[in-house]
Design a protein around this ligand. Structure first.
Ligand SMILES: [Zn+2]
Length: 189
């Protein structure tokens, strides 16, 4: 169920703009498939900046906790990362579902190598996941009258308040629970 008010092209545009602003580059020179760290020279501070810019553009809140932390919080310490810092096979399998088979993930990889795999396309997907979770009705007045004047922010056509989306971390947890139900990657703690 995608969001009918915001196109994928708009999301990709905003991701490029956010990357360009944070990394001081020309948006036209930013391929969405390039690694934000390796190819574009981004730092972890830049990730925060980019995330903030996207949240502002769409009136959403993206995940601020990495998925491996959600795994350990839910299924127990050591389930995603070994004491030596390596990804567990279950974590590799999970991340492949999230980032794609061709994202460069491999068994024996260290958790701190993950950020280097992230691309603008992954950010766009995270934004689209939140946008797709647009609730059926306005949280404030219960009208079903969404509209968007700028193609990015969705507001209620009745009371004018902005749409309240579930936040990215809540959606990540929901996704994790769905994957676990289907694939049983993580043994019970
Ligand atoms: Zn309303």
């Amino acid at each position: 169920m995608a969001n009918p008010f915001v196109t994928s092209a708009r999301v990709e545009d905003e991701v490029k703009k956010a990357l360009a602003k944070a990394l001081r580059k020309d948006p036209a020179a930013i391929p969405l498939g390039s690694s934000i760290v390796k190819d574009l020279g981004g730092s972890s501070l830049d990730f925060l900046d980019i995330t903030f810019r996207l949240e502002q553009a769409f009136g959403i809140r993206l995940a601020h906790t990495v998925i491996l932390d959600h795994v350990e919080e839910t299924y127990g310490e050591g389930k995603a990362v070994t004491p030596g810092g390596e990804l567990t096979p279950a974590a590799v399998a999970l991340l492949k579902l999230r980032l794609g088979e061709d994202s460069g993930l491999a068994e024996g990889m260290f958790a701190d190598e993950i950020p280097a795999l992230l691309t603008g396309a992954h950010l766009a997907k995270n934004v689209e996941d939140v946008l797709a979770a647009l609730p059926a009705e306005c949280t404030h007045c219960h009208a079903k009258a969404w509209k968007s004047d700028d193609g990015a922010k969705v507001v209620c056509g009745a009371c004018g308040k902005p749409a309240v989306y579930p936040d990215g971390d809540a959606l990540t947890k929901r996704w994790l629970a769905d994957v676990q139900r289907e694939k049983r990657l993580f043994a019970a703690a």
